[in-house]
Design a protein around this ligand. Structure first.
Ligand SMILES: CC(C)(COP(=O)(O)OP(=O)(O)OC[C@H]1O[C@@H](n2cnc3c(N)ncnc32)[C@H](O)[C@@H]1OP(=O)(O)O)[C@@H](O)C(=O)NCCC(=O)NCCS
Length: 133
């Protein structure tokens, strides 16, 4: 169902034909300028090689021309790799990153850390024009 309905905002990464990573996302129903990254994961054998960064970059290159200016995701405070990934995205796109508490730990029935909201943007509508006057 996900691949049928959210293919435009999801992608897989392949190395030598093998799927080694994926990202799933959706445009917020109440905010068409915002893509939410629901899940992103890279096979342990490929981590640290830039696969996740490329997946996010590819996704943004697809949706920014459609009017998306912000990316949102939730991250638990212990997920250093994910925090670094999204921080690097903001840095590389020259965008602001704002984090805030979204779902506190008490909202989860089991032992689960709170989920912080990371909001990155605004993304430029198009790359700045090269050259001078
Ligand atoms: C989070 C995850 C997707 C990152 O994938 P990845 O392909 O290894 O990430 P990249 O190689 O593209 O790295 C992107 C940036 O994050 C940094 N980074 C990635 N993993 C890191 C780690 N464990 N510690 C510190 N920095 C890390 C990289 O150095 C890079 O930053 P840079 O541009 O400043 O060098 C991967 O660790 C993973 O699959 N984790 C398990 C699933 C998960 O927790 N997903 C997120 C919640 S849905």
């Amino acid at each position: 169902m996900w691949c049928r309905d959210f293919a435009q905002t999801s992608a897989v990464a392949r190395v030598d034909g093998e799927v080694v990573g994926f990202v799933t996302g959706f445009i917020r129903p109440d905010a068409s300028d915002t893509i939410v990254v629901w899940q992103i994961a890279v096979d342990a054998s490929q981590r640290g090689g830039g696969v996740a960064g490329k997946l996010l970059s590819h996704l943004l290159d697809r949706v920014v021309p459609r009017g998306v200016r912000y990316l949102e995701t939730t991250i638990t405070p212990d997920n250093t790799a994910s925090i670094k990934l999204f921080s690097a995205l903001a840095r590389d796109r020259g965008a602001e990153l704002v984090s805030s508490e979204l779902f506190t730990a008490e909202l989860f029935p089991d032992a689960h850390l709170g989920e912080d909201l990371y909001r990155i943007g605004p993304f430029a509508a198009a790359p700045a024009a090269a050259g001078g006057a």
